[in-house]
Design a protein around this ligand. Structure first.
Ligand SMILES: [Zn+2]
Length: 179
């Protein structure tokens, strides 16, 4: 699985790509919401704090769960009278499903390997045969620290420049529209 940094950067990239105004782009609430949706599928790992068993890549890592989250966000957006509720629900679902996609593209060293991407329609786990991202280890020893540092550096090198490029391009376009 990739690190929270990788998922967070993907969330910020979605935020930048989908911002329609300068205030959208500079909104910490909007950026934070999309980062949260990008990272949240991994909250299943917190269950392991209770009984020591590692849980990851289950139902929260699926198209079905992304759909359920989108529907909840849609209700919330209508209830709070936000502008463009369908769009807000859609980009939240996109952030969620791109977490699943990043996990699918990452090396996984803890079984079951890969996300349960098609839950509830299928209980199968899916893992890409040629991983793009390295695995983040979940043990507390020096070799895991070394492996994780390498994995995070690689993620920053792949996703970091993409995010910076998209954000700068979007900011320039929005400034041109204003002037
Ligand atoms: Zn995950």
């Amino acid at each position: 699985m990739p690190s929270p940094l990788c998922h967070g950067l993907i969330g910020l990239t979605i935020h930048s790509v989908t911002a329609r105004t300068d205030s959208d782009l500079r909104s910490p609430f909007r950026a934070g919401g999309l980062v949260l949706a990008s990272v949240a599928p991994d909250f299943d790992l917190l269950g392991g704090l209770l009984d020591g068993r590692i849980r990851h890549q289950g139902a929260s890592h699926s198209l079905g769960f992304a759909l359920a989250v989108s529907i909840m966000v849609l209700f919330w957006a209508f209830y709070t009278k936000r502008k463009r509720p369908w769009f807000t629900a859609g980009i939240t679902g996109l952030a969620w499903i791109l977490h699943v996609t990043a996990d699918y593209l990452a090396k996984d060293t803890c079984p079951p390997f890969g996300p349960q991407a098609l839950w509830p329609w299928s209980l199968a786990h899916f893992a890409f045969p040629k991983p793009l991202f390295l695995s983040i280890g979940r043990r507390f020893d020096w070799s895991t620290v070394h492996q994780n540092a390498l994995a995070v550096a690689w993620e920053a090198a792949v996703i970091g420049p993409l995010f910076v490029w998209v954000w700068r391009l979007k900011r320039r376009r929005l400034q041109e529209q204003r002037s």
